[in-house]
Design a protein around this ligand. Structure first.
Ligand SMILES: CC(C)(COP(=O)(O)OP(=O)(O)OC[C@H]1O[C@@H](n2cnc3c(N)ncnc32)[C@H](O)[C@@H]1OP(=O)(O)O)[C@@H](O)C(=O)NCCC(=O)NCCS
Length: 157
């Protein structure tokens, strides 16, 4: 993949069926345990209670993704997953995806966006704290490999 210029404008859209291959490939390169399968992505694309977002820039159709879950009867949305291509990191793609996830949650009248992150995932923790997420707790042995998670939330103004 050619390098992405730091000035490229990032756009975020809803994922489509034609993104499935990219979604699964990025998932496999980003997460070891606790991956979303192709079938799960396929279901989330059609789901009332999930939104799958995709970031692109200029002629690069797929730079990263974020998955947001909603549940009936609660104003709390959940950022289930966020990942950007290694080559595109540090250029605002993750921030744009998180921003868009918040926008989608606000449009669904959610008041809060919550997420979990591995306690050793410094890059993700910096992203969340920079965008105003506040640490609200810890889950011991949350992930499939036994790693702990921080829980974060942001109140959506
Ligand atoms: C966490 C993750 C999504 C961040 O994505 P990203 O695209 O690198 O995010 P951004 O580019 O918006 O922000 C990263 C850094 O680049 C900086 N940055 C953003 N745009 C920039 C630009 N145009 N020029 C220079 N730096 C920039 C940000 O300030 C930020 O700096 P910080 O690390 O000091 O906070 C990415 O590292 C990733 O996919 N990791 C693997 C999967 C993962 O762990 N996901 C989270 C758990 S679910």
């Amino acid at each position: 993949m050619p390098p992405m210029p730091a000035t490229a404008a990032v756009r975020v859209r809803r994922a489509e069926l034609s993104d499935l291959d990219d979604l699964v490939a990025l998932e496999e390169s980003s997460f070891a345990p606790d991956r979303l399968s192709r079938a799960q992505y396929r279901r989330h694309l059609d789901s009332e209670t999930a939104t799958v977002l995709v970031a692109s820039a200029n002629h690069r159709r797929f730079l990263g993704t974020a998955v947001v879950f909603f549940r009936k009867g609660t104003h709390v949305a959940r950022l289930y997953s966020i990942a950007t291509h290694v080559e595109a990191r540090g250029k605002g793609v993750g921030s744009a995806l998180l921003d868009a996830a918040e926008h989608v949650a606000r449009r669904r009248r959610c008041k809060v966006l919550r997420l979990e992150v591995r306690t050793d995932n410094d890059a993700a923790i910096r992203l969340y704290e920079r965008l105003g997420y506040v640490r609200i707790g810890r889950y011991e042995r949350y992930y499939g490999d036994g790693a702990d998670a921080w829980r974060y939330e942001k109140r959506l103004g």
